[in-house]
Ligand binder design. Sequence first.
Ligand SMILES: Nc1ncnc2c1ncn2[C@@H]1O[C@H](COP(=O)(O)OP(=O)(O)OP(=O)(O)O)[C@@H](O)[C@H]1O
Ligand SMILES: [Mg+2]
Length: 1038
Amino acid sequence: MRARGLEMASKDCVKVAVRVRPFNKRERDAGSRCIISMTSNNISIQDPRNPQNSRAFTFDYTYWSHSGFSRNKDGLFVPEETGGRYADQASVFLDLGQGILDNALQGYNATLLAYGQTGSGKSYSMVGYGPNKGLIPTLCERLFQSIRSMQDSRQCQVFFSMLEIYNEQVVDLLSKTSRSVSGLRVREDQQRGFYVEGLRRVPCDSAVQVEQLMDQGTRTRTTAATHMNANSSRSHMLIIIQLKQIFSKECITKQSNIYLVDLAGSERQRSSGSEADRLKEGTAINLSLTTLGNVISALADMTLGKKVVHIPYRDSVLTKLLQSALGGNSRTVMIATLSPADICYEESLSTLRYAERAKRIQNKAVVNESPTERLVKELKAENAKLLLRLSRMGQEGRKADDETKELRRLLTHNELQIRAIQTLWEQHLQEALKDWETQYATITQERRMMQMHPYIMNINEDAQLSGVVKLFIQEGEWDIGLADNSPRSLCIRGLGIQEKHAVFSNQQRRVSIAPVSGSKVIVNGVQISKRIELQHLDRLVLGSNSTYLFIGFPSERSGEDWSRYDYDYFQSELAAAEGFHIQSLCDNQGHRPHQPDPSLLAVFYDYIKLMPMVTEANQMSTELKKGVEFKLEIKNLAMSDSKGHDLEKDIAVRVTSVESKQVWMWSKAKFVNRKFLMEEVYQQQVVGGEGADRAPLPRDRDPFWDPLETLHLGSAHLWLQSLAFRIPLEEQVEVVGPEGTEEAILQAQLVPCSPTGLPLGEDDILIDPSELLGKRLDFQLVLDQCCGLRWVKEARNRGVQIGFQVFDCPQPLYTPAVWHNVNPLLDHRVQFSALRTSQELLNYLQSNALVLELWGLQEGCSELVSCMDGVKMTQEDSIIIDKISASEHLAAESGVSDLSSSLRALHQDLEQLRNANAALKKENSALREQLNSARNGVENNRGRQERRGSLRPSCDAEFAKALKVFYHSMTSVRGQLQRLRRHKPSEEADLLGLRLFVDEHTYLLKDFSEQLEQCVTTLKQDVAAIVRRKREKSGIWS
Ligand SMILES: Nc1ncnc2c1ncn2[C@@H]1O[C@H](COP(=O)(O)OP(=O)(O)OP(=O)(O)O)[C@@H](O)[C@H]1O
Ligand SMILES: [Mg+2]
């Protein structure tokens, strides 16, 4: 297509609109807060973790579709009050849709893109749901209205195409023939630019016809999604409407392409692209979206005057097709959709940033004219000339027969060509209409069946694709599965579906389902092994993850809202059946169920999102004979940091080789990435059929395989407080795994010592830790033995190492590896020295624990090595810690903040008080000595005894000893508390089990309180005894 004169080109910035949707069920359940606010064209987003921190943006249009609406009798969402701020579908159309339409009618290319995270409302805005029609259907309706109202002045031709880009493959959603494995090709033409070769263009002349085509496209998309075991939210959907307007009188033809694009969920771009993975290169899933981002950034930079060498249009299919929409010949609008909820903050902020960049793009739109139409114009002009010549010839009466004949032949030829061009369109239209009529008959038939029979309908992760497939269960028996060789079989595709998977029976107005042996059928979250009767709105999962809702007989349907049985509902139900529900997660953490912690909720939703993907990965592993199993785990569920605070929870996937028992832990992002690559391999090797690539993959390209790594098994806490008193500590600490399991028991010691490593005695125990300030502190960490290693019990060819990081030591240190032993001796001793103990170190000792990380080794993986870069040692080979002394630290910060200066003042006060205290102590002891010597004069015998008494340990030493006893008993109390926290009833516990659990719990609790009581009583008694003795000594009671 050629532009009519560059003089008409004008610079148009991409117009950007932002729309925020209502809370969805998930967000409402979570008690989410709305963090988006809008005033006129400004929008601001608040950081839920730091409410003072909010970011403001300005766009061409903003739409508040979050609140202030109601559903009217026709099911439309409209503003609650007239003039309310709620932006309904009609008002969004008025700004954006009408603009696109006006531009197209003027002969400009126009593009409308929807961008946003999954579930943010892209499809709602573009396509719509039910009566709430989105921009595309309304635009088509208005387009045909306009065409009709203008039919006197022009003849219009509309061609409709619909395609999907998934994994860089183009799928024609309107194609009548079956999809080719590699999809359609994108080609480049000098005149047309990039185009999809062989894409079906359906001539249309009514909005109903377009709607029907869209339904057909959605149906293809749904089946394509199940064939590919793919998640539709990862694909981009493009609708291309070509509008040709022929102004016969003016001999002008205007042609415009309207691109309507519903992009894949934007979060995928981050979740699978951000983390380092050995196989990252192979990931094409987000190539289109990532490249779109790169193109937008490059174009935005260009507008800002930055030097841009290259705009990477050619890097992806999507950007090739959108080349004219971005920076080219098109009037372009982007609608960025947002979730209002606090849990989506990161994604929403990234969407807003993306949108802000997009609004800087400058296009150069021109009115288009096609060469074919110019030909008509030229032919018509030529005909006019020929006619003139003929008539002149007649007038002149010259009988030039040959010339006249030739002229007439030319004329007829030209007229035929003109007519051919016009009739071609009519023919196309007739064919399309015929096609459409057959389609329409099928749909009418389906509607009739729905009114007569029970059926199952598909539920898809993408709400747009739910309810598209309906399988009717008429009277009698019906096989369901891959096979479609009998008239009484219902054919479905999907992972884990067998040739004959299950049998439905509809007899005496009762419907039941029976699984065929070896196939997986889940009804309402529970796997069934024998025939069961189905009730209206039962949830069915067939195979790995083919989800269907059962709709009973028409008499059983009472107009209830089925929309609550969405994909999330199915997955939550499955998770609950596995004992994983939001309450359990919250209870575990001591949160009240009504106020779940947003980070826990995020974990919960990640869990239910990944759960079906894990099932599918397992199925692919089985079918491809990969011999690995995938299992979801919650990282850090029972873990805490060195201060004892809970660590942020996250989802991880444990991968186990069934045969060799080798284990890998994959992050969520890595798993999502790998799952996609697995689909690709599966697609090539299993679904591809004849000619598919069945050669085994080399290991380095196998998404199921990874080189072995050390595995983090769990951690134990060794509290450092005793070191502040220079009291030695010897403990048996429990190494707790991410989900709270006991991984091992570790015998460890903290031994205060002299610089040369000699253990300090009881007389060195401090009562006031602040006495350490500015003084040297040496201590040894001794790791004696590890007992009951679960990791090695599971497979003897494994080993372990312990890692730890002390205070400001720059690197973690590791013990040497110990292999093949469940109770290995470690006998590892490291000495640390603080040359001048700072306040920071003292605070650290008093409030932190040394976290001892247990690392699992497997045969063939490399061991962890302590890196000594930046580590300083004393002459005695002790590691120096606390390198910045308190005074230096304060000096560095002095004058910087008021806080540090007031802290310094406090320190000075403290120092003065300490000095005063020391002086008073001195005076006191001097007085006591005087008193004693005075007494000595009277009672010599008693005096001798007193002196002997002073050989007994001092009161301070006794006090320190009492403290030591107290610390030791507190350690076991703390252990008891941890056991109590982890003590939970078993998931299958019945009433009796629960009663037993309660009894046991009560016992543990009693034990705990007794231990605690005893601990405190002993301390009280010891202290009382010391005080008594002290008073006796100072003679107060004598
Ligand atoms: N403005 C809105 N008003 C009412 N409901 C909405 C609105 N926007 C979205 N929804 C609802 O939110 C759900 C998700 O929306 P939608 O399917 O449009 O998301 P999406 O962005 O297309 O997601 P995906 O990337 O997965 O395709 C749907 O059930 C839809 O009805
Ligand atoms: Mg969508």
